[in-house]
Write a protein that binds this ligand. Structure first.
Ligand code: TXA
Ligand code: MG
Length: 319
């Protein structure tokens, strides 16, 4: 298994040798390697079993460094960057040649993000290169929000997990691209759509396209447990199953008919941030018990609730 520890010098050393390190961010753990080194990047794709058409996000620690590997920023991008970084926002910007096509899956753009986690910001400031880091899970599975999640699935394949505790936000960054300089949301995430509109005015929200995804986080089936996930009214759905067959993800209240050990309540106080933080842990935990199906209800469709519902719906789509 990988070593789980907080030593930045070890991470710097390994990354400098083109090896991979799992890093904490405020959203989810990332599987990081030197974004400018094709060998390190191809190792990321191999370890994650990720298809080569799915580009990686490049992480750095300061807005000043971004011009080293991107070619200009639309005004709206600069406004978003200044208002929301470090934070759960990824901007799609024109790439410079020093970012290998392997990192961008052949695209002329690159996804860039300054994550809001003190350990990782310190790590990035000690490196001479930015870090490419997809979520540290096998492709298509649930993203990890604590070091143990990474270790369970990728521990045999990587040497080191930088331990930054439980991720504060718990769902991935919001991805914003620019088409004719107009912001387009490719993936809903840790920054609410409402917040983005507040900063730059109207935005477009890209509809899911699974045949030719601009952002494979948009693939219909993604973030999916191995078990079947069914979405709807829990009270109604439970009658179709034997009690021992079902696990439940509820927003704020347990149901009486099913043992508590088979249920995960996302937030007893009905708080969407807390629900987001718990979502992936809930899916992982219930995926491991002896039941055969997970019944889940959607949360209120506003703010972070939109990103939560997006993940639940994708988790429920069969492969
Ligand atoms: O919160 C996050 O964004 C986490 C942490 C580790 O930073 N990372 C993450 O990475 O979620 P990943 O690889 O699981 O999802 C990145 C998404 C992919 O769906 C990818 O297609 C999209 O970002 N993406 C990356 N570069 C892109 C580009 N140039 N154009 C469009 N989409 C891009
Ligand atoms: Mg991912």
């Amino acid at each position: 298994m990988a070593i789980i520890d907080t030593d930045i010098a070890t991470a710097v050393d390994l990354l400098g040798q083109s090896q991979l390190v799992a890093i904490p961010t405020e959203t989810v753990y990332g599987l990081a390697g030197n974004a400018m080194n094709a060998a390190a990047v191809s190792e990321i794709f191999r370890v994650k079993e990720r298809p080569s058409f799915d580009p990686l996000i490049v992480h750095t620690h300061s807005i000043d460094r971004i011009s080293e590997f991107t070619n200009g920023m639309p005004l709206a991008a600069l406004e978003l960057a200044q208002a929301l970084w470090p934070g759960p926002l990824t901007l799609i910007l024109p790439r410079k040649d020093n970012i290998p096509y392997l990192t961008t899956s052949g695209l002329e753009t690159v996804g860039v993000r300054i994550p809001d986690h003190s350990l990782t910001l310190e790590l990035l400031s000690e490196l001479e290169f930015p870090l490419a880091a997809p979520s540290a899970n096998p492709f298509g599975y649930i993203s990890p929000t604590q070091p143990e999640h990474v270790n369970e699935q990728l521990g045999q394949k990587i040497p080191y997990i930088l331990d930054g505790g439980v991720c504060r936000v718990g769902i991935e960054s919001t991805i914003v691209g620019f088409e004719n300089d107009i912001p387009v949301i490719y993936r809903m995430g840790g920054i609410e759509v409402e917040k983005i509109i507040e900063i730059v005015g109207e935005v477009n929200v890209e509809k899911t396209s699974s045949s030719n995804p601009k952002s494979p986080g948009m693939l219909k089936s993604h973030y999916a447990p191995l078990k079947k996930v069914i979405i709807g009214s829990i009270e109604r759905m439970i009658h179709d199953y034997k009690t021992e067959e079902i696990s439940i993800i509820a927003f704020s209240e347990e149901v009486e008919q099913v043992p508590s050990s088979q249920q995960f309540v996302l937030s007893r106080s009905g708080d969407l941030s807390e629900a987001a933080q718990n979502l992936f842990k809930a899916l992982r935990t219930l995926d491991k018990n002896n039941t055969s199906v997970i019944l889940a209800e959607l949360v209120p469709d506003k703010g972070l609730g939109r990103a939560i519902n997006d993940r639940l719906i994708r988790a429920s789509t069969t492969h």
